[in-house]
Design a protein around this ligand. Structure first.
Ligand SMILES: Cc1cc2nc3c(=O)[nH]c(=O)nc-3n(C[C@H](O)[C@H](O)[C@H](O)COP(=O)(O)OP(=O)(O)OC[C@H]3O[C@@H](n4cnc5c(N)ncnc54)[C@H](O)[C@@H]3O)c2cc1C
Ligand code: SF4
Ligand code: SF4
Ligand code: SF4
Length: 377
């Protein structure tokens, strides 16, 4: 059984491992820190279920009758605790009111990013906010199917490939399932994230217990990054954080993301959520620095639920052209120096590797300033 040949054709969603009836697949980390399935051929009974759940092989969404919105939660606390305008917590609140289950990305005790469930507002807090690390969905697909079979409402929020994988895994429509996917720049390496967390813990002399990639305290639309280690908080610019630098300079994104088939406004989900880029041009009066969500409603289910939650939001309808940011059109390109970067990541002790990257970035910045913008990353 072969699930993928080139790394570009596996997004690491883990649906194949969850659907295998005999437990023949486990997800293993490669040298770049990304998870890929490995099949135990001796256990495999060649049933083909793994391939049927694979989003990289499944049919993509047809053109849907989309509605485009700008949304921000009226409750300022919800917006402050979220990365964009707080559309996710508004949807989550609707599902919790139905005694349903919300599934989204959170940190575990070791700061690994994993999808987990919330059944009340307190548990929901951990699921809010963007974590720029590919999340682990081991066991999640099966648990969601169980909840749906029991007749519960379920909201799943994740990357488009994860949401598509869930739909394929389930194999049939469930009226109480709400799928929300994100506009997606690409999934950063969980292995490199783990090394980064350990390096900050060494530097600050204690365990990391929180990391916010999109902190809004400065009213800068979440361009502040903050973490807590050894009980002390550190905050700075998103661009100055080295992990974020590696991400936004396109060095640590999964190979499949550079060939992503979901860079479109048409999706397999009910809702697509993102940041409202270019809000200042469309609705300058709403651009207060605390985030506004870009929301696409794809299905009748989404339009029905929107009617239930819109009273909790300040919002406006808009056009497709207003929301068309780059990641709704084309995949992120890999950095020109990605291969060299990964080569050094494999060979150097991590603190030395970080120093090399910092020097390279500092030099590139100085060169850009010297040459008035010319020069490489
Ligand atoms: C890796 C990544 C890249 C993104 N790239 C873009 C982009 O290029 N342009 C853009 O407009 N928006 C992007 N987003 C989406 C954006 O950052 C917000 O997550 C989104 O707008 C929802 O914000 P909110 O205020 O509604 O809710 P929030 O409270 O911020 O909710 C965040 C939701 O995102 C989910 N989530 C968080 N981290 C992850 C993760 N690692 N994997 C899967 N799901 C996760 C959580 O489950 C939660 O449900 C990206 C998000 C991620 C995770
Ligand atoms: S073919 Fe069936 S048994 Fe074999 S790995 Fe795939 S799901 Fe498991
Ligand atoms: S189901 Fe997901 S993890 Fe498995 S081969 Fe396909 S893309 Fe990779
Ligand atoms: S960029 Fe595409 S392939 Fe990568 S995580 Fe996002 S949706 Fe999945």
């Amino acid at each position: 059984m072969e699930l993928y040949r080139e790394k570009e054709t596996c997004c690491g969603c883990g649906a194949c491992a969850d659907i295998c009836p005999v437990g023949a697949i486990h997800m293993a980390m490669d040298e770049e820190g990304f998870r890929y399935p490995e099949i135990d051929e001796k256990t495999c009974i060649k049933c083909g279920k793994c391939a049927s759940a694979c989003p990289m092989k499944g049919k993509r969404a047809e053109k849907a009758k989309n509605s485009y919105l700008g949304v921000r939660a009226k409750d300022r606390k919800l917006r402050l605790a979220s990365s964009s305008g707080g559309m996710f917590p508004l949807l989550a609140d609707y599902v919790l009111r139905q005694q349903g289950v919300v599934c989204g990305a959170a940190y575990d005790g070791d700061m690994r990013v994993v999808h987990r469930e919330a059944r009340d507002r307190q548990e929901l807090d951990a699921l809010k906010r963007t974590k720029y690390v590919q999340s682990d969905l081991t066991g999640v697909y099966r648990r969601i199917r169980r909840h749906l079979e029991e007749g519960r409402w379920v909201l799943f929020c994740g990357t488009p490939c994860q949401a598509h994988a869930l739909r394929l895994f389930l194999g049939k429509a469930y009226p109480k399932l709400i799928l929300a996917d994100l506009v997606c720049y690409g999934a950063p390496s969980p292995g490199i994230w783990a090394s980064y967390v350990r390096s900050l813990e060494r530097k600050q002399g204690g365990k990391m217990t929180a990391f916010s990639f999109r902190d809004k305290r400065a009213g800068d639309n979440g361009h502040t990054c903050a973490y807590v280690a050894a009980g002390k908080e550190y905050a700075g610019s998103l661009n100055a954080d080295l992990f974020c630098r590696m991400y936004f300079t396109d060095h640590i994104i999964r190979p499949s993301c550079h060939a992503c088939g979901y860079c479109s406004v048409d999706r397999d989900s009910d809702f697509t959520l993102g940041d409202f880029w270019g809000l200042g041009k469309v609705r300058p009066d709403m651009d207060d620095g605390f985030g506004t969500s870009m929301v696409i409603l794809h299905t009748e289910q989404a339009r029905k639920i929107w009617e239930e939650v819109k009273g909790e939001a300040d919002w406006f309808p808009c056009r497709r052209e207003d929301v068309l940011q780059p990641r709704l059109q084309t995949p992120t390109k890999a950095a020109a120096g990605r291969a060299q970067f990964m080569n050094l990541y494999r060979r150097l002790p991590f603190p030395l590797f970080l120093k090399w990257f910092w020097l390279k970035q500092t030099w590139a910045g100085a060169w850009r300033r010297l040459t008035g913008g010319r020069g490489g990353k």
